[in-house]
Ligand binder design. Structure first.
Ligand SMILES: Cc1cc2nc3c(=O)[nH]c(=O)nc-3n(C[C@H](O)[C@H](O)[C@H](O)COP(=O)(O)OP(=O)(O)OC[C@H]3O[C@@H](n4cnc5c(N)ncnc54)[C@H](O)[C@@H]3O)c2cc1C
Length: 661
């Protein structure tokens, strides 16, 4: 049996994992990265639209800054996020974009002078400033107040992942590919690394580490129709859940993206709508202005997805042999724009649909897209229950997204969390009390335990087919835990998922040596069923509507009862359901107390402390403004956060209109 020792073990080689590894390595910590696939094939590569950072370069971004980005993020989250984490994020994102530029990301840049854009269905001319010539450009994306999303045509994730992956090579950080972490080594209080399966040989080994950081991406494949890659099976979430100690936060918070191409679910970016694309129904009618007069096609994703499904339910969907859909019309953007700024969209339509988006409308329907829920951490990225376990990126619930993450905020989160959490990990490793001293017998016991679990799948006694279990799970998740949720449906989903979970112990696999893909599929299906239960139980218990969690039987956001985060644990190996608990969000510490998001329904029940806190915030702001205090001083008085930033990442961001002294 192999045991490999390192300071920092990073599980996942997407943007978050790679960037975190760079930070830890630069602080002198030996770091190893594990990945199911070669790093440059991680799902981050698929990000098309862009990365939010308040640079304020383009004319439509004039006046943008951390405060505006912060407000967009908190409102987008429907007040489900941790506001201090959102502050750390918006402050660091401009630094991250600039660092990536220095690492070679070819951000689309600004040409000064007039340019034609489509706004609200009309072609208008905007004039970029001379002083912005050659600076990083930004597009309209994510329902934000200002144009803030930096992009590389529509291959943003591709360009970012190449640059960060090349940085990892330059820093001599080893990446071990085609391996899967299948369990964490721990004693209930402290994490000591992971049991890892070689996907080619089937061999189990152990990586023992001072700090173990999970950056294993989303869990979209729990659903039948998803924009996620086939490797997004939530294996990272499972690692934490199966410790029995670490918790997952807000697993019921699942985002559906409005424009998955129909019926395959492959994403065409929100940049299509950001750049001026329109949604049309069966009559060719542009219906979004009727239902969302403020933001129209650019309301937040949860809202647009619901409006599309409502339109279909009203009999205004387009019928096809695969079911019903809505049209996305980008023809008004013109051939040059589509073939340059939306190049991948053009190719996806061409190759997967046989549609030419320059001339024809694209069939779209909402598809599962983003997993807001994840391994619950504090602002340093460390699990609150298991010392030495960290998480970052989509698999984490660091929680700047709450119940709906904004377009462009996710790839931004991956690199920003990578930068910050990487520093906090290095701080952790440098503390003498965090040195580990673990007998090899404990490590061997973990390997043996995991081997025994795998052997049980192949002991020849099972009669169940994991493919059938998985397909049924995906159907249940899509039909009963989807965009519109109802109590009775969810109760039946929970009981059926629990039954599928029990049956997953009775599957039959052939005991091949080597790359036994049948076995891989079987144990992952069981892990996915556990996760599906955390989502279904969390959704069923949350009797309100917030962000992407919409209940027809409880359509109102209820801050009086539900201004809290769901925590799911799998306390005992023999349990067949998760144990839920809750973490309150403290209104009295919020910089932005709960209110209306600026789009979607205006109905919500206030928290008893909201009015008091709002009055306090208003008073502080009015007083300090009258005294001539700047926005930084006012922000600091409302919710101080700068002390939480690692030293090297503190400091203001320079903008054309906000030069540093
Ligand atoms: C089609 C699409 C387009 C998107 N476009 C945008 C966009 O324009 N802007 C935006 O902000 N966001 C976008 N997103 C979201 C964003 O791309 C993702 O949230 C983000 O890239 C996730 O990065 P990550 O580093 O957390 O995980 P990933 O990039 O998914 O990487 C996960 C890594 O973990 C590894 N791994 C997983 N499990 C294990 C295991 N058990 N053992 C070892 N390794 C493991 C994988 O091999 C992989 O290397 C998009 C998402 C999709 C689906």
């Amino acid at each position: 049996m192999k045991i490999i020792y390192t300071d920092v073990l990073v599980v996942g080689a997407g943007l978050a994992g790679l960037r975190m590894a760079v930070a830890a390595k630069r602080r002198g910590q030996d770091t190893i990265i594990l990945s199911l696939v070669p790093p440059k094939r991680s799902h981050s590569k698929a990000a098309q639209g862009g990365m939010q950072a308040s640079l304020g370069n383009v004319i439509k971004g004039l006046g943008d800054n951390e405060d505006v980005h912060f407000a967009d993020t908190v409102k987008g989250s429907d007040w489900g996020c941790d506001q201090d984490v959102a502050r750390l994020f918006v402050n660091t994102s401009p630094k991250a974009v600039r660092e990536l530029a220095a690492w070679g990301v070819p951000w689309s840049r600004i040409t000064p002078g007039d340019r034609q854009v489509i706004i609200n269905g009309e072609r208008v001319t905007i004039t970029e400033r001379k002083e912005a010539a050659g600076l990083i450009g930004q597009r309209d994306f994510g329902g934000t107040k200002k144009w803030r999303t930096c992009f590389v045509s529509d291959g943003t994730g591709h360009a970012m992942l190449n640059a960060v992956s090349d940085r990892v090579i330059a820093e001599h950080i080893p990446v071990v590919e085609r391996v899967e972490a299948i369990a964490l080594i721990h004693d209930g209080k402290r994490c000591y690394g992971a049991v890892v399966r070689d996907l080619i040989t089937g061999e189990l080994m152990a990586y023992v580490s001072k700090a173990t950081a999970i950056a294993a991406g989303g869990a979209g494949r729990l659903f039948r129709v998803t924009t996620n890659a086939v490797i997004c099976e939530g294996t990272g979430h499972s690692l934490a859940l199966e410790t029995g100690v670490a918790t997952l936060g807000n697993m019921e918070a699942v985002q559906f993206h409005p424009t998955g191409i129909f019926p395959a679910g492959i994403l065409v970016t929100e940049g299509c709508r950001g750049d001026g694309g329109l949604l049309r129904d069966v009559d060719g009618h542009r219906f979004m202005p009727d239902v969302e007069p403020e933001k129209k096609e650019l309301a937040s994703r949860d809202v647009v997805s619901r409006r599309m499904e409502e339109r279909i339910a009203q009999g205004k969907g387009v019928k096809s042999r695969f079911g019903e859909h809505i049209w996305l019309d980008i023809t008004l953007l013109g051939e040059h724009h589509i073939k340059h700024n939306l190049r991948e969209v053009y190719e996806i339509c061409h190759y997967f649909l046989g549609v030419d988006p320059v001339k024809e409308w694209i069939p779209v329907r909402p598809a599962q897209h983003y997993t807001m829920g994840g391994i619950r951490t504090n602002y340093t990225g460390e699990s609150r229950q298991l010392k030495g376990l960290f998480a970052a990126g989509e698999c984490a619930c660091w929680d700047m997204h709450g119940f709906n993450r904004l377009g462009g905020n996710s790839v931004a989160e991956t690199v920003v969390a990578g930068m910050l959490v990487g520093e906090y990990i290095a701080d952790f490793c440098e503390k003498p009390e965090n040195v580990i001293d673990i007998p090899t017998s404990i490590v061997y016991d973990f390997i043996k335990r995991e081997q025994a679990k795998l052997d049980r799948f192949c002991d020849g006694h099972g009669s169940e087919d994991p493919a059938k279990l998985r397909a049924r799970m995906q159907d249940i998740m899509t039909s009963k835990i989807g965009i519109f949720r109802r109590g009775a449906d969810m109760e039946s989903a929970v009981s059926e998922l629990e039954d599928l979970y029990k049956r997953s112990f009775n599957v039959s696999c052939k005991p091949h040596l080597g790359a036994n893909t049948e076995l891989t599929y079987a144990y992952r299906t069981q892990k996915m069923l556990r996760l599906a239960l955390t989502i279904a139980c969390g959704a069923s218990a949350r009797t309100e509507s917030r962000g992407a969690h919409f209940r027809e039987d409880y359509p109102v956001r209820d801050d009086s009862k539900w201004l809290k985060r769901t925590l799911a644990a799998w306390k005992d190996e023999n349990d067949t359901l998760p144990t839920l608990s809750y973490e309150d969000l403290d209104v009295n510490k919020m910089e932005l107390p709960p209110g209306w998001r600026g789009y979607g329904a205006k109905n919500y029940i206030d928290h008893p402390d909201t009015a008091k806190r709002q009055a306090e915030v208003d008073e502080i702001r009015a007083k300090m403004e009258a005294e001539g205090a700047d926005r930084f001083a006012i922000q600091n008085a409302l919710m101080p956060y700068a002390h939480l930033l690692p030293k090297r990442l503190q400091g203001k961001n320079e903008r054309i209109d906000e030069p540093l002294a």
